[in-house]
Design a protein around this ligand. Structure first.
Ligand SMILES: [Zn+2]
Ligand SMILES: [Zn+2]
Length: 178
């Protein structure tokens, strides 16, 4: 969704739309891949313009298919985010965005009378991805020795393994010999 700034009425504008499919592919860096999938995203935007400064209040609701950082199982993370951008026209050839440290308020630039809403939505979704995603806060992860998923199985290994992979290999060899 692209917004033409000169067409924003004085009283502002409201837009609701849904992003589906691989809409975010064009915002990935060249050759970049996203290590998770974004489910369809519902976006609601309120737009106001004062002179040539445009304020956007954006709400996005979606879910992400992530892999748990402990047990490696995939899980669905619901994402609900509200944020505000204030954009002013850029005179520079490269409309690079400058962001302040405050997560909820960002200032940036738009170029050629156009605002690319979807790129702002994508940026916000990325900010919601945890550094280490967990399927549940209490996820017990994998046994470092035998590799079973401790959320669903138990094993006879004693905790405090030094190198899990090596131990698993030793057990395997021992079994083979007997
Ligand atoms: Zn997990
Ligand atoms: Zn084990």
């Amino acid at each position: 969704m692209k917004i033409q700034v000169s067409l924003i009425p004085e009283e502002g504008r409201q837009i609701q739309y849904r992003l589906d499919g691989d809409w975010y592919r064009e915002y990935l860096q060249k050759g970049g891949v996203l290590e998770f999938r974004i489910r369809p995203a519902d976006v609601a935007v309120t737009i106001h313009k004062v002179l040539d400064a445009v304020t956007l209040d954006i709400r996005v609701e979606t879910s992400l298919d992530l892999d748990c950082g402990r047990c490696l199982e995939s899980f669905l993370l619901p994402v609900r985010s509200g944020f505000r951008y204030t954009l002013v026209p850029s005179r520079a050839p490269e409309g690079r965005k400058e962001e302040l440290s405050d997560e909820d308020i960002s200032f940036g630039h738009y170029q050629d009378d156009l605002i690319d809403l979807d790129s702002l939505v994508f940026e916000q979704i990325l900010l919601q991805v945890p550094m280490k995603p967990l399927c549940v806060e209490t996820c017990r992860g994998l046994c470092v020795r035998c590799g079973v998923n401790l959320n669903t199985e138990s094993c006879a290994c004693k905790p405090g393994a030094v190198d899990g992979r090596l131990d698993a290999l030793k057990t395997f060899k021992a079994r083979k010999q007997s």
